[in-house]
Design a protein around this ligand. Structure first.
Ligand SMILES: *Cc1c(COP(=O)(O)O)cnc(C)c1O
Length: 290
C-alpha cells in the first residue's frame, strides 16, 4: 500500500502547475501574434479512466488520445459517460481509413487533429455527413514540419492545397487549424524550434491563399517538453501528457495494442522506454528499502 502511494502521481498538483506555466507563457507571447488563450488538451494515452475522471473533476475538459481503440474504450466506459457529460475528446494519433467509422462513433468527439491527406478528408466528410449531426466535424491539418520519415503529416508546401481541398470539397468538415508534432529532443539552447516557425509560415501562406484571417486558424503545437516555447511562438492548442499524468510505461494493454500505429516516432518510444525503465528502477529500489 505504501509503495503504491509513493509512486502515485499527484495529478491535481501537476495540472495546476501546468496551467500556471501556460498562463505565464501566454503573457510572454509576442503582441504581433493572435492573443488566443491556448487550449490545454490533457493527453491520457496509456493512462486509466480513473485519471481522466480525476482531471475532469479538477475542471479539465479537453482530453487527447492517439489510438482509436483506446479512445473508443475510454470514451464509452460507463464512468466517463456518467460522470463526464461535458468532456471533449481530441484525436491526435495517426488515423487509418479502416478506423474512421469507429472513431466517429466516439461520444463527445470534439476534434480530429491529424488529417493529412485528401482521401482521408473525403472519407471523414462522407462518413460524418451520413451521421447527420447538426454540427460540422472539427479537424486540423497535420503538417510534418520536421520532415522526419517516421512522422505523419503533409509536407509544409502541400498545406495550402490540402486546406483548400477541405474548404472546397468537404462541407461537413470544419477546418480549425494546423497541427504539428515537431522534432523531439531538440536542445532549447539552440533557440526557437524551427518547427514552430514553419507552422507560422504555413499559416501565413494558407491565410493569404485562401483569404482567411490568422485569428481564424489555430496552431496545435507544444507537448510536455516544449509547450511554453510553443505558446510564445503562437500555439493555441497544447497537448500535454506526461507532465500532467506522469511518465508512460510503454506497455499497452492488449485491447489497444493491435495494428494501429502511434503518431510518435521510434525515437520517442525509446525515450518512453527509458522513462519506464527508470520508473522500474525506482520501484525496485523502493521495494528493497522496505
Ligand atoms: C503523446 C502525445 C502527446 C503528449 O506527449 P507528452 O510528451 O507526454 O506531453 C502530444 N501529442 C501527440 C501527438 C502525442 O502522441
Amino acid at each position: 500500500m505504501f509503495r503504491r502511494m509513493a509512486l502515485d502521481f499527484d495529478v491535481g498538483k501537476a495540472l495546476k502547475l501546468v496551467r500556471e506555466r501556460i498562463q505565464n507563457a501566454t503573457q510572454k507571447r509576442s503582441k504581433s501574434l493572435p492573443q488566443i488563450e491556448p487550449r490545454l488538451v490533457a493527453v491520457t494515452k496509456t493512462k486509466p479512466v480513473s485519471m481522466v475522471l480525476e482531471a475532469y473533476n479538477l475542471g479539465q475538459r479537453y482530453f487527447g488520445e492517439n489510438y482509436v481503440n483506446e479512445l473508443y474504450e475510454k470514451s464509452t466506459s460507463e464512468k466517463i459517460l456518467d460522470q463526464c457529460p461535458d468532456i471533449r475528446w481530441h484525436f491526435i494519433g495517426h488515423l487509418q481509413k479502416s478506423n474512421v467509422k469507429k472513431l466517429l462513433k466516439v461520444p463527445n468527439l470534439h476534434m480530429i487533429e491529424t488529417l493529412d491527406n485528401e482521401k482521408l478528408a473525403q472519407m471523414l466528410n462522407s462518413s460524418w455527413e451520413k451521421m447527420q449531426k447538426d454540427v460540422r466535424l472539427k479537424i486540423m491539418v497535420q503538417i510534418n514540419t520536421s520532415a522526419e520519415e517516421s512522422k505523419h503529416g503533409c509536407e509544409p508546401s502541400q498545406s495550402t492545397h490540402l486546406v483548400s481541398y477541405v474548404q472546397e470539397h468537404c462541407p461537413s468538415l470544419d477546418f480549425v487549424g494546423l497541427m504539428t508534432i515537431g522534432a523531439f529532443d531538440r536542445d532549447p539552447a539552440l533557440g526557437t524550434n524551427p518547427d514552430f516557425l514553419t507552422m507560422r509560415k504555413c499559416r501565413d501562406e494558407v491565410c493569404q491563399a485562401l483569404g482567411l484571417k490568422i485569428e481564424e486558424v489555430e496552431l496545435s503545437m507544444g507537448m510536455s517538453n516544449d509547450f511554453e516555447s510553443a505558446i510564445e511562438e503562437g500555439s493555441t492548442n497544447v497537448r500535454i501528457g506526461s507532465t500532467i499524468f506522469g511518465a508512460r510505461s510503454f506497455q499497452k494493454d492488449s485491447s489497444s495494442s493491435n495494428s494501429e500505429q502511434s503518431s510518435i516516432s521510434d525515437k520517442e518510444q525509446t525515450k518512453f522506454k527509458d522513462a519506464a525503465a527508470s520508473e522500474h528502477l525506482l520501484k525496485t529500489s523502493l521495494q528493497s528499502n522496505s
